[in-house]
Design a protein around this ligand. Structure first.
Ligand SMILES: Nc1ncnc2c1ncn2[C@@H]1O[C@H](COP(=O)(O)OP(=O)(O)OP(=O)(O)O)[C@@H](O)[C@H]1O
Ligand SMILES: [Mg+2]
Length: 327
């Protein structure tokens, strides 16, 4: 039987009238990395916060290593502490300035009443490239990159099966982003934890992820193996996202024409009828305005897409070559 570190089924998270997450189904295999991508406001962080149960979902189920944690209270969640950790975007906001780095990193172990905490803290700091003496410092004495290393050390000290990394490098100076990303990749390979990697950075996705899930206005529009998402993206929204991503080759970059999506993301309070992407989709037809597209498998590795215009073998329009979609 396949082992999953995380199984999310039909997850719904509404904040009053705001339908931040509206039916997300996704799985992360033990030891694998799934990237969750999509523009600002699409609901990625809300998915992450539900998974680590900082939020109690409005609907659906969350299973961590086969245990249903969807509605457990604080006390009931205690035995599942080792199943998941989270690293946030902003290390300054997520580290308590009144505590020393050593206290911050060791806290998960104290909550689990473990022994030999100082030695384990030293080891956790070493693993993220910090010297043991940093344990005595305050987080505000550290640089942004060092602070994010501290949050990573804290998240991994309990040896979780799953790490939710919510844009772990996007608040950092560009000059240190690559180092922190490399560190995460090395740790993932060496320690073997599964990871839900939330990001805007498609080059990081290509480098780190085994699978990719693309989110649009509270729902997944496409998911599948990284090579398929980058090689044969089927959903017009995925194609548009990829067309806007920078590529390393300057000549290719100059020849690139990003697909223009026009308006901003529609409101999550009153999402468009039918396919939620139809208001910005360059190839939408009448059916897209009225009928909600079901997600279905269109190719190997469980490649799934929710689009009326894609046929069962994965063929369909490519908005990157549609007249009028690019400048
Ligand atoms: N606590 C909350 N109360 C009300 N609305 C919320 C709350 N948290 C998030 N939202 C709304 O839910 C939607 C999804 O937000 P979320 O932060 O999950 O998006 P995101 O994809 O992580 O965006 P970003 O890329 O900017 O981080 C947005 O419309 C946001 O305003
Ligand atoms: Mg977010």
């Amino acid at each position: 039987m396949e082992q999953f570190a995380l199984e999310v089924e039909d997850l719904v998270m509404h904040f009053g009238p705001v339908r931040a997450v509206d039916g997300v189904t996704l799985r992360v295999r033990q030891g694998s990395v799934v990237a969750l991508v999509g523009e600002s406001g699409s609901g990625k962080s809300t998915v992450g916060r539900c998974i680590v149960r900082l939020l109690e979902p409005t609907g659906g189920t969350i299973r961590l290593a086969d245990a249903d944690v969807t509605h457990l209270n604080r006390r009931q969640l205690r035995p599942h502490r080792r199943d998941v950790s989270i690293v946030f975007q902003d290390p300054a906001g997520s580290l308590d300035p009144r505590l020393s780095v050593g206290d911050i990193v060791g806290e998960p172990l104290r909550l689990m009443r473990r022994k030999d905490i100082p030695a384990k803290v030293s080891e956790a700091l070493r693993r993220v490239g910090l010297r043991p003496e940093v344990a005595n410092r305050s987080p505000h004495e550290l640089s942004g990159g060092q602070r994010q290393r501290v949050s990573i050390a804290r998240a991994l000290i309990s040896e979780p099966r799953l790490l939710v990394a919510d844009e772990p490098t996007s608040a950092l100076d560009v000059s240190v982003q690559a180092a922190v990303l490399n560190l995460l990749a090395d740790l993932q390979r060496d320690l073997g934890f599964a990871c839900l990697f939330i990001t805007h950075d498609l080059s990081a996705v290509e480098y780190l992820a085994d699978e990719v899930a693309v989110m649009y206005l509270g729902q997944l529009v496409e998911q599948g193996p990284r090579a398929r998402i980058f090689g044969v993206p089927a959903h017009p929204y995925t194609q548009a996202l990829l067309s806007a991503a920078p590529v390393p080759d300057p000549a290719e970059q100059r020849a690139r024409k990003p697909v223009l999506l026009g308006d901003d993301l529609p409101s999550a309070i009153d999402p468009p009828s039918g396919c939620r992407f139809h208001t910005r989709c360059p190839v939408a037809v009448d059916k897209c305005r009225t009928v909600v597209p079901e997600s279905r498998v269109i190719g190997e590795g469980g490649h799934q897409v929710a689009c009326h215009l894609v046929s069962d073998d994965g063929t369909g329009p490519d908005v990157r070559t549609v007249e009028g979609a690019t400048p």
